[in-house]
Design a protein. Sequence first.
Length: 443
Amino acid sequence: MRTRRLLPLLLLALIAAAAPAAPAAAAGPNVLHVLTDDQTIDSLRYMKETRRTLGERGTTFTDYNVVQPLCCPSRATFLTGQYPHNHGVLSNLPPYGYGAMDWDSTIYTAMHDGGYRTGWLGKVMNAKGSEGLAPEPGFDEWLVPIGAGESGSMFNYALSDNGEATHFSDEFQNDVLADRALDFIRRDSERPFFLTLSLHTPHWTRCRETRERCAPQPDPRDVDTMEGVEFPFGPDFPASPQTRFRTNRYWQREVEALQSVDRIVGSLVGALNEEGELDDTLIIFQSDNGFLHGEHGIFDKDVPWDRAVRVPLLIRGPGFDEGSVRSDLTANVDVPATILDAAGVDPPRPPDGYSLLDGHRRRFLLLERLIVARNERKREPWQQVKTAKGFTYWRDVDGGGRHLYDVRTDPHQIHDLSAGRPGLVRSLERRIRRAEDCAAPCP
């Protein structure tokens, strides 16, 4: 009789052992990642709430660089922790854009498998056709622009809400995404969360009439609140008074657009505090790339100039000292390495960067643009190396041009030193050649 009573219990135990186990709750901190689009290092000064809640209560990085200053490659680097030459997303356009991304192996799949509740809200990468409609692997929450949402319109757009296309016409896009982020943070869960809130602001928008580039679209309550704010013109901006006037108007709209982002950061920090989660949350604020507004005659990104590659990064949370400033060379390959390190989760791919929580300090940093994709405006591919001593050197891969600047004494990059410092050029050229195929890690 005793044996017969034990048999059902043994069968239940065997069935339970054979069933796949749910991921155990992770022991690491929450991670809140706020990502802006095309934000320059200069515009951070107008975000008082962000500087107060994150900069004064965390660490500000003053020499933080994106290894390729273009949306899709930069975002793929965040998703994978790898350089473009390793993850294969080299452009915004097919076949090197969204479709080149291996979504089965990202920091989100790793964090999800490691016990985290995960979400992405906002622009992931520039999608074509049906790309972005179906949630990619590793995400519990997916609210991503599709179709009209990819045009940058802040009032007439469509979002994939966990796979269901939903059209919005009267709700400001940043508010919709922020409301979902607040809801995500406030949900009861035994698991820590890893959430990216990716805002299109302050990227330019499409002009309704001409379909050309127009200034960023602010929240209506912020329009005309920055009258009199002037773009930080320098000697690298050799343009006419008329061009400077147009640049000032664009810059005012850009700074106005960032005010909604600034309020959102404050509301997220407030919600974390109300939930009792603030001290156990790593909050990361960064831009995907910078942007030139006419410096050196360029209104664009994906170029090796400093205002394209150097962008804001603020981190608050465990391991980052209040009110501290770090001026060492850091890069966007380092942020995913930091998140995985803080969470105690193994990287999904061999990592090219270094955790910002350890004591590593770079002597050199590699940057790259390796191709000119179909339909892109013609511009030479380039490879660049920056040094901890302040030199930045790049070469045009196809055209053979060489450029060398000391950004510590010449921040506007006016004086090309390549002709007068041939020995340094040769040394940095060798450095590029040694690093151009780097992997796990890169310099």
